[in-house]
Design a protein around this ligand. Structure first.
Ligand code: RI2
Length: 310
């Protein structure tokens, strides 16, 4: 698939989910490198590569997973001497990132499963493979679990979750987003995913996640975020704010049917660390406030966006 085709699929959300767009981003850069036919001029290749990187990163602005995947794929490329060596390095990096991300997901599932007891009612929102990993493992290991999946307007990714769980044989009930607080009194634990984890422990995830966290906090229900380390943002350590993606109004309703009416369609929100019982990463369960340590471990410190030319 060409870089343009891959970017289009990410932008239109045909490929979606923070982990999946990260792997698609790495694959897109790899495919760009493999299909490069611009000759042996290193400076020209690097300039084209930077354009490809920026093109890919512009598709979806909120999930730092995409940025981290693309930068992982470009690690050490500038140190190579020839275009062919640069291409080889990109291919190796992309394959390595994809393998690491799959391994991380598996570890998160193993850890999350331990927080699920037989008989539990679980609530989740949107469609997060990281959040579902532990639930599916628990079910497969013989634990009796039941899941409340929120619809997740406007794109209704909750439908995908409900179908995926039903296919796995996990009992699942689809609820409206407005039904979160009502159903919370029947819930034992919540698992959600993350698009970006900030250095102060705030989690950016699908719009409505913070409402779920608030309702869980009120009902004293443990609320876990499942996030691979590549969803942590070193940019937030340098003071950068996470851009919340605003998508087309038509995702809510057809504006033509509402003359004179404005719409607002931010598709992510921020859950503060005080409402998070723990973040389940491939390095274990951490308090949300320990996000800083994961960023230091993974990235060695912070970076200014305009200085990051790796
Ligand atoms: P995994 C999704 O974003 C949701 O917000 C979900 O919670 C998050 O990515 C993480 O998904 P979108 O692409 O990586 O649907 O856990 O906007 O699958």
């Amino acid at each position: 698939m060409s870089l343009e085709e891959m970017a289009k699929k990410i932008e239109t959300m045909e490929i979606r989910g923070a982990g999946r767009i990260a792997r698609a981003g790495a694959t897109g850069i790899k495919d760009f490198a493999l299909e490069y036919k611009g000759g042996d001029d290193v400076a020209k290749f690097l300039s084209e590569l930077r354009k490809a990187r920026d093109f890919m990163l512009a598709t979806r602005p909120t999930a730092v997973s995409l940025r981290n995947a693309v930068y992982y794929t470009l690690r050490g490329v500038k140190e190579e001497k020839t275009v062919q060596d640069m291409i080889n390095r990109i291919v190796k990096n992309a394959d390595e990132f994809i393998a690491l991300s799959e391994k991380a997901l598996e570890k998160i599932g193993k850890i999350a499963e331990k927080r699920i007891q037989s008989g539990y009612n679980i609530m989740t929102t949107c469609n997060s493979h990281a959040a579902l990993a532990g639930i599916i493992r628990a079910h497969k290991s013989g634990k009796k679990v039941h899941v409340f999946a929120t619809e997740s307007r406007p794109k209704q990714q909750g439908f995908i979750t409900a179908r995926e769980l039903a296919k796995e044989g996990v009992p699942v009930t689809l609820i409206c987003d407005s039904g979160v607080r009502h159903h919370m009194r029947m819930v034992d634990v919540c698992f959600v995913g993350a698009d970006t984890v900030c250095s102060n422990g705030a989690v950016i995830n699908k719009i409505g996640t913070s409402q779920l966290a608030l309702a869980a906090h009120e009902a004293r229900v443990p609320f876990y975020v499942c996030a691979e380390s590549f969803k942590f943002s070193q940019l937030t350590m340098s003071g950068e704010l996470v851009e919340i993606e605003e998508r087309d109004w038509s995702e809510i309703a057809d504006p033509k049917d509402f003359p004179g009416v404005k719409f607002s369609n931010p598709v992510f929100d921020a859950t503060p660390p005080e409402y998070i019982s723990g973040i389940i990463t491939e390095f274990g369960v951490i308090p949300a406030y320990a996000a800083y340590d994961i960023i230091i471990k993974q990235f060695g410190g912070f970076v200014f966006e305009d200085e990051d030319e790796s």
